[in-house]
Design a protein around this ligand. Structure first.
Ligand code: SAM
Length: 279
């Protein structure tokens, strides 16, 4: 559960029968919270009140223990749309890191889908495993492997609908991704620097097996809405990483022209009906 004090500070605790948590100098008995509806409040033995809610996945990701740096929720949401992760999809992810993206993918593919996640570091893999277990239990479609994805994609994990990479050299995975992805499958890499992004785009282009390449980043600016103080927040998470996306096509069906140019006419997102040329 997520307990939030009157200043908005957050404390994530895992409830157990008979257990208790020390919060800001007071104690909270877990039995008082177990079986109760979320959305109420609880008082510590020091008299301090806390709002009690179940953490959303975005909240859990930001509060959970980390081995490696996690992907922020603003990017996790975009990844699901850009890679079009659908219920039942067969997805490969590398590296597992702290498990933030793994959990996001597992929820999107659902019980019929499969997420194979590769990680080279035992310590990170253990942190991820605990985080996933704590938030999702034992999802049926999860396969965690200690494997270096630069050595290739394992036969047991093929074919794949989607490949999503958050590691330093995603371009090294392009040749095996081209083999492992089903036709029309999507490759997505998440990289903190644009030089990594360029190298990935170059590798996708050079392979001849990918089209509809896109490079973008997601900026999210929260606002403060409080009485007449209606303004952007002073702080925001600005740069996190670049997203590089490509679609697996038949070799040779990917001339440079079949890409999404960054300066293409933007899609109409106004929600208004398009003008009728006959009117
Ligand atoms: C930034 S972290 C991933 C964080 C993860 N996406 C999350 O949201 O929690 C990058 C991870 O990739 C792993 N890694 C690096 N190279 C790898 C490789 N060749 N194969 C598999 N995992 C690799 C690192 O050990 C690290 O845990």
């Amino acid at each position: 559960m997520l307990l939030i004090d009157r200043r908005g500070r957050r404390y994530m605790i895992t409830l157990s029968p008979g257990g208790q948590s020390d919060l800001r100098g007071g104690k909270i008995g877990h039995d008082e919270l177990l079986g109760r509806d979320a959305g109420g409040t609880v008082r510590s033995t020091r008299g301090e009140r806390f709002l009690v809610v179940r953490p959303t996945l975005a909240e859990f990701v930001l509060e959970m223990p980390r081995g490696a740096q996690v992907i922020y929720p603003k990017d996790l949401g975009a990844i699901l749309m850009l890679a079009d992760v659908f219920p039942g999809a067969r997805v490969l992810e590398a590296g597992t890191g702290s498990g933030a993206l793994t959990m996001t993918l597992l929820r999107a593919v659902g019980p019929e889908g499969r997420v194979a996640s590769y990680e080279v570091r035992d310590d990170f893999a253990r942190v991820a495993e605990r985080n996933i277990q704590r938030y999702l239990g034992s999802p049926p479609g999860l396969v965690l492997r200690r494997h270096d994805v630069y050595d290739g994609i394992l036969p047991d994990d093929r074919p794949l609908d989607r490949i999503i990479l958050d590691l330093p050299e995603p371009w090294r995975v392009v040749p095996s991704a081209a083999e492992a992805l089903a036709p029309g499958g999507i490759f997505l890499a998440y990289v903190p620097t644009i030089l990594q992004g360029m190298q990935t785009v170059d590798a996708l282009r050079a392979s001849g097996s990918f089209a509809l390449l896109e490079t973008l980043e997601v900026l999210m600016r929260p606002w403060n809405v409080d009485g007449r103080s209606v303004r952007p927040a002073h702080r925001m998470v600005a740069h996190t990483a670049f997203l590089i996306v490509g679609r697996r096509v038949q070799r040779g069906a990917a001339p440079a022209a079949i890409e999404v140019p960054a300066d293409a006419e933007p899609p109409d997102e106004s929600g208004e009906a398009p003008e009728d040329p006959e009117a």
